[in-house]
Write a protein that binds this ligand. Structure first.
Ligand code: FAD
Length: 565
């Protein structure tokens, strides 16, 4: 068998793996990254590209008063019984340093989300802005030939393949028919996109997670780190209790990779491991009743590789993954895409109901909380665990709904393919969706009675800073509430998906995998979703997977390089 020698072997090319690789190489280690798929970037390249880092340097520069102590208080509240003080402290201590390191030494740059509220802003230690930072948009030309193997963004959240940045950029898209400035902004981006399509066959202005993955990869390539594609790691090599490398399958046959300082598992968790889903996802009794927008190669390989060394997973977490409601978008070839519903639920004039015709949650709450409420509300109901997002004609054309875009983008094909349901009356819509008509009509009437006054005594939509952040600030008195009154009426069905798994390998504060008797396995690290989330199964804020992924990648690399934390 062929062999390859290095100091650190990184398995997986998402945020966790690439952060570890770049940090290690910068610290003087000889690094190899291996990636199972033909493209690099993993879920990270499909993501929003937000990192949640309390007391981060960008917020400090903008004068936000945040602290590690406040971050700790918040995480203690959020993780409850699953709070792991040592790992949380390592995250809070190293997160800001990691951001500084990347901004100063690499192609990775960030922008601050000044009004991006924590998801439970009324909890102790929470902030209503300043903890979430996003990868700055990036010019794909910087990647040269490597742009061809960067995983593309999730098709469903692009506009005809064009990436739309969150925050201000997205607002311009919503206001395209209302503001000449927005129309000009969008037109300019669209012209550039058409030029890129002609010249490169893809969007070259990378935003969000695609910008993050592109920037991380560029940083790795600049340092001369080799990245093997189509190269799954299939077995770890040990010398006694120490991990000393791995067998990696390549197009030229298996290679024995010897890694003097160790191996970082960063294979992106188990969102496509059907057996683990069956065991751990309450809404998926066979493991199949789940729709994940994560890439198909994330099948829990990191966990499987660590099992023979005693690697244990945090199966006790109340939620084994980061849930998100998704709608299934029919494609022309008969397949389906998954659209994650991050922001439409909070808009004024949108509610969610179950088959029973009634609401079950504050729709503006975060995706993870929405899904938990849905599972509870549908317990005992026959059939698929699902809800419908409901709206009326003016609201649909103002904000869109899921994959349906606002005016002037036509909606006829989404009505024809069944993605969007329509009824001239509420009763008709209920029948279309197999929702209890009488309960539904009563529910909408009850909602409307209060919505006009900006009130929601049932679920208090619009009551938190996070709800309002995603609402429409031009709507008063409550940016998340407006009556559903002017037909025709519309619905999009949502089911449960995930953004990545939480119940990963148990590790210590140095990102070392814990083996038999809870002792760290020498030479074996985990980062990203291969590592048990430090959030204990909860979802405290925008970027709580990528923030820790990059931070623990950074920590793992420094530990392997012998740099004290
Ligand atoms: C639409 C969407 C939006 C999101 N937005 C955000 C956000 O804004 N902020 C946030 O914090 N989180 C977000 N998430 C979640 C976040 O993207 C993931 O949690 C994160 O990217 C996981 O990073 P990772 O490094 O663990 O894995 P990944 O980025 O998935 O990378 C893992 C890589 O390992 C490879 N691999 C698997 N097995 C092997 C093997 N045996 N050998 C070699 N390679 C292997 C995979 O192919 C993959 O490329 C979002 C997710 C989605 C789907």
């Amino acid at each position: 068998m062929k062999t390859h020698d290095c100091d650190l072997l990184v398995i997986g090319s998402g945020a966790g793996g690439m952060a570890a690789a770049v940090t290690a190489k910068h610290a003087g280690l000889d690094v190899l990254v291996v990636e199972k798929e033909a493209v690099y970037g993993g879920t990270t390249a499909r993501s929003g590209g937000w990192l949640w880092i309390p007391a981060n340097p960008l917020a400090a520069r903008e004068g936000f008063s945040d602290s590690k102590e406040a971050g700790r208080t918040y995480l203690q509240h959020e993780a409850g019984n699953h709070f792991d003080g040592k790992r949380v402290d390592a995250f809070l201590e190293n997160g800001p340093a990691m951001v500084d390191f990347f901004e100063q030494n690499t192609a990775v740059k960030f922008v601050l989300g000044p009004q991006f509220s924590d998801y439970h802003p009324d909890a102790p230690g929470a902030m209503t802005g300043g903890r979430s930072i996003c990868a700055e948009p990036y010019d794909g030309n910087e990647l040269g030939e490597h742009i061809k193997t960067l995983r593309p963004p999730l098709k469903e959240i692009t506009f005809l393949g064009m990436m739309i940045g969150s925050g201000k950029e997205l607002l311009h898209f919503f206001n395209v028919t209302r503001s000449i400035v927005s129309a000009g902004y969008v037109a300019k981006l669209f012209v550039k996109y058409l030029r890129d399509l002609t010249l490169h066959g893809r969007a070259m202005r990378l935003t969000n997670g695609n910008a993050l993955a592109g920037r991380l990869a560029k940083s790795a390539f600049d340092l001369g780190i080799p990245l093997w594609l189509n190269a799954p790691a299939t077995e770890l090599l040990r010398d006694g209790d120490r991990v000393i490398g791995a067998i990696v399958q390549t197009e030229d046959g298996p290679v024995q990779v010897n890694a003097r300082k160790g191996v970082v598992l960063a294979t992106g968790g188990f969102p496509h491991d059907v057996e683990r889903r069956r065991q751990l996802y309450p809404h998926a009794p066979t493991g199949q009743e789940h729709w994940s927008p994560t890439p198909p190669g994330n099948t829990g390989d990191g966990i499987r590789l660590a099992r023979p060394l005693g690697g244990n997973t945090a199966d006790e977490y109340p939620n084994a993954a980061a849930w998100v409601p998704v709608s299934r978008v029919p494609w022309k070839d008969g397949g389906f895409g998954t659209f994650p519903h991050f922001i439409d639920r909070a808009k004024p004039g949108v509610i969610a109901v179950t088959r029973a015709g009634t609401r079950f949650v504050n729709e503006g709450n975060c995706y993870h909380d929405f899904c938990q409420a849905l599972v509870k509300a549908t317990k005992g109901m026959n059939g698929e665990i699902c809800a419908w997002l409901i709206t009326d004609h003016p609201t649909l054309r103002r904000y869109g709904l899921g994959h349906v875009k606002p005016f002037p983008v036509p909606i006829a094909h989404q009505l024809a393919n069944g993605y969007l349901k329509r009824g001239r009356t509420l009763e008709e819509l209920a029948r279309e969706c197999d929702i209890d008509p009488a309960a539904f009509v009563g529910q909408v009437a009850e909602y409307n009675r209060h919505a006009a006054k900006g009130e929601d005594p049932q679920f208090h939509k619009g009551s938190t800073a996070y709800n309002r952040y995603l609402g429409d600030p031009t709507v008063t008195p409550n940016p998340c509430l407006a009556p559903i009154a002017t037909g025709p009426f519309y619905a999009v069905q949502v089911v449960i998906g995930d953004l990545g798994s939480f119940a990963g390998l148990k590790t210590d504060e140095n990102a070392r995998v814990l083996g038999e008797n809870g002792q760290p396995v020498e030479g074996l690290y985990a980062a990203g979703n291969d590592m048990a989330s430090i959030m204990g199964g909860n979802y405290p804020g925008g970027g709580i997977t990528l923030g820790p992924a990059m931070t623990f990648g950074y920590i793992a690399a420094r530990h392997a390089a012998g740099i004290a934390a």
